[in-house]
Design a protein around this ligand. Sequence first.
Ligand SMILES: Nc1ncnc2c1ncn2[C@@H]1O[C@H](COP(=O)(O)OP(=O)(O)OP(=O)(O)O)[C@@H](O)[C@H]1O
Length: 803
Amino acid sequence: MQKQKPKGPKRPGSRPHTGKPHGKQPQKRSKEHAASKLAATELEIGELKAKYDDIDVNNIKLFADFPLSQKTQKALSEFKFKVPTEVQRQSIGPALQGKDVLGAAITGSGKTLAFLIPVLEHLYHNKWSRGDGVGAIIISPTRELAYQIFETLKKVGKHHDFSAGLIIGGKNLKFERTRMDQCNILICTPGRLLQHMDENPLFNTTTMEVLVLDEADRCLDMGFQKTLNSIIENFPPQRQTLLFSATQTNTVQDLARLNLQDPVYIGYGAAAGIKPGGQEVATSSTAVLALPELLQQSYVVLPLEEKITMLWSFIKNHLKQKIIVFVSSCKQAKYLYEIFCKLRPGVSLLALYGTLHQDRRIAIYEDFLRKSHVVMFATDVASRGLDFPAVNWVLQLDCPEDVSQYIHRAGRSARNKTRGECLLVLTPSEEEYMLTALREQLKVDIRCVLIDPKKLFSPRVKIEAFLAQFSELRASAQRAFLAYLKSVFLMRNKRLFNVLSLNLDAYAQSLGLAVTPRVPFLEKFLWRQKQQQQQQQSDEVQQQLPQSTTSFGGATVDSDEDDDDEDDFIKIKRRDHDVEGAPVILEGLSAATNAEAALDTPLQVPKREKLVTKAALAKKAIKKNLQVNSKVKFDEEGETLADERNQMKALRKERKQQKDDDGGINLMLSKALLNEEDQYDKQRFRELVKKRHKLQREKLRRKAEQQESADEEEAEDEKEQDVADSDSEQSVDLSWLPDPDKIYKGKHNKADQQPVDDRDDDDDDNDDIDDEDDDEPAYKKSRLTDRLTLLDTEAIAANLLGS
Ligand SMILES: Nc1ncnc2c1ncn2[C@@H]1O[C@H](COP(=O)(O)OP(=O)(O)OP(=O)(O)O)[C@@H](O)[C@H]1O
């Protein structure tokens, strides 16, 4: 098997040097060699083809018993494939004979070789070469599976000269484009294949002779339906088709799309009543669903919020094992990987999911292949077809969508006659439905496991701490929370998956989230449900109402009050209440009583129902100021064209506005007036402020003066007291003198009443004081000493000395 090699001139000197001069002889010899080789090949092909009709499944024990080319046989023995598995034994024969095959066999039973060997043999018999273009196309639902098939093809086709290409998303599109037409075998995913069919003019599938669908049921199901239909349209109708899967659940319509010609069903015998190994056409298109015998299946029932604790404890108890943990969404796989990496369980951790870059996906896939003690968190991209060796445990943490998905996930363990275990985790609401389905379809009793609470270690506190510390981790937890709910919400089987039965708060807390995130899609869904219920109720009421009105016979609508009613529902209600003058015929009364009642009541002619004319409706619309829809025109380039009528209307409106402006308010004048008023207001305001400041200053000044005079008075009192004290100490006994108060009473009072300042300023008064000085008592004098001049004091002193 050759990988695509770049075309180009051979390097000089690449041929071994013989020492002989270059001439015609070596060329001749190589031609002869090629001719003999061709003859041998043709002979071999002839012999092999002759044996095809004699292939008997019961006689096949080894690969060597099949009429296979030497190149294929050599590669098979090199890779130690000696004894074919059951599916290989049964399907290779019919496939070599050119028949369409539908193969169903348990996971890990070697279906890949069952279709690769016939593909190689078909191209070999038809002497396919690089220049012949695409001879076989193998379609796989996932990139990893396509990669794995490509790797197996490289092994088994090692000695063939065909070129093969791996065409999957996430790879270099340009590179693929230039090489595709040179590939004889293409292994691809549906989306990428269709992209090349649509975009690559060099890619031609008319030469294609063999089509293989691995995991055929998945390729044909709803998810790929449109893509596959478009792909099949491009294939030639005359071709061989091989379909393989562990769960062939395709309907007859699915298979009809592939235009199968008398297909041979492998693995359908028991279901359709066909003997095993039979090459007869089965009437049923549903294969027997089974899992390897060496796979031990068990389940555990847990509330959703305990899943993380259980998973953590499980990993801690299985550190020396290879485990795959399946979850519903990429975001859950990502979050579990991130948080468990932080928690450090003591074993290698990996995560494989669809949103990773393709190179990273392949690196993780290969990493998991190599490692023997590892835990991989994965979505269903890893559930189908991937052949990981020696997987000890498959843990289905989230419930699978159906039995098929359960089989494919579980089938990653116990492959090719090895032992393995599978644990399914179910919530109480999923338990009954899922277990019944598994028991009915797989016909096995799955063991129930009870968890010992002592062996559970809850990592919640640590998780909460990490989430508090790392905002990115918190965001990842929120995304995981929403992704899980959305996956449950979108599941088709509503009996199994009920998002409303989940305890959202508890689940959020189990992921380490302190606050339960909002779930917009759920809110929207509940709102819509409520609306529908309300609508249903109103419909029911509406249906009931006409029956009640019939009992009122000819009840009429009051036309005057009816004008504003727009809703039928309201009209009917009103009809019940506003029955004016309509004769009521009650069902329970006899005809005679009704007749009497009719005679007693005055005859009233029912009013005619008012006709609703277009004019009345228009009037109503104008009254309510309803906006009529405007017409928008577009030109050829999609630009909006202005409506001429509307333009004219706008122009008229503008002119009218202008006229109004001219005849009404003079804007300029109003502006000037307003400015003037504004100036006046400002001026007035300034004056008021000034006045207020002036008053404040005045007040302060008066206050200061009062304070000053009070201080002076206080100081004088103090001085007076001091002088009095000193006089009393130094004076002689003057008790013999007449009482001065009695003598000077009148004068003293008069002087006391005069303000001090006045006395100082007035010279006449000073003279008076001088005159009185001789007779004034000592303590009175002392009050005046500080106001006497030096001369006065000297004069007084001289007088005293003289006396
Ligand atoms: N005849 C054989 N002898 C020994 N080993 C084989 C033989 N055929 C296949 N195998 C091995 O069995 C393993 C499983 O094979 P393969 O992946 O083809 O299984 P499968 O049926 O396609 O599984 P799934 O249903 O999961 O896609 C591979 O490792 C392969 O090498």
